[in-house]
Design a protein around this ligand. Structure first.
Ligand code: IYR
Length: 225
């Protein structure tokens, strides 16, 4: 492998792919058509997913770029029915309070087309839950390691994670019970890790319905200069 020192640090030659315009057009369109099939799914088949698949998905997420390459994340896979039940009970307790008193009337109205409520059976029915923690700082032999752009970095990793889940042919939804400190307690995570996102993962129920909603057109989201 070709190597070079830049500013005193080792670098390796990047394997450039050198594709034609036609090839990159085809690649981008294939990926687009695949991603347009993604939907947030709330009804899961209970069948377990091979461990190797889950590990591949997490490894894809963990390959995301991050501030100063600090990789300020921890991913937990929960497959144990007892722990999933604990998470469901604690999440529903918070969600019930949110739906009944913490969320504004506008917020409740905005969620109506999605058909959500405080009940979260998918937290038990999905064969696996992935709980993503952000690390406000790192620990190396008990020494604090500074992390940068933590929310942005973990958000990007979660985007990779959702794309990887979809690409594998599985489904998920982004669930953010609020507050979600109960996840730190149930999963016994250290205090420098904060819960960021909870993703139930599995196959969809063979017959499940999704809201008839659309994405904004490209014209509405794109400004070209
Ligand atoms: N966390 C709640 C409420 C909720 C909020 C938004 I913004 C959504 O897009 C969907 C749900 C819940 O999970 O039901």
């Amino acid at each position: 492998m070709e190597k070079k020192e830049i500013q005193g640090y080792p670098h390796i030659l990047y394997r450039a792919s050198n594709l034609s315009d036609g090839q990159i057009l085809e690649n981008s369109d294939t990926f687009l058509q695949n991603m347009l099939q993604r939907r947030s799914i709330r009804e899961f088949d209970r069948q377990a997913i091979p461990h190797e698949v889950l590990r591949n998905i997490i490894q894809t997420a963990a390959s995301a770029p991050s501030g100063a390459n600090k990789q300020p994340w921890t991913f937990c896979i929960v497959s144990d029915p007892t722990i999933k039940r604990q998470i469901r009970i604690a999440a529903e307790e918070e969600e019930k309070l949110s739906y009944e008193s913490r969320m504004s009337e506008t917020w409740i109205q905005d969620l109506k087309p999605l058909g959500t409520d405080w009940k979260k059976p998918f937290l038990e029915e999905a064969p696996h839950l992935i709980v993503v923690f952000k690390q406000s700082y790192g620990l190396d032999k008990n020494q604090k390691v500074q992390h940068y752009y933590v929310n942005e970095s973990v958000g990007i990793a979660c985007g990779f994670l959702i794309a990887a889940i979809h690409q594998a042919g599985l489904v998920t939804l982004t669930h953010t019970p609020s507050p979600m400190n109960f996840l730190s307690k149930i999963l016994n995570r250290p205090s420098h890790e904060k819960p960021f996102l909870l993703l139930p993962v599995g196959r969809p129920l063979s017959k499940t319905y999704v809201p008839d909603i659309t994405k904004k057109s490209l014209n509405e989201v794109l400004i070209e200069y």
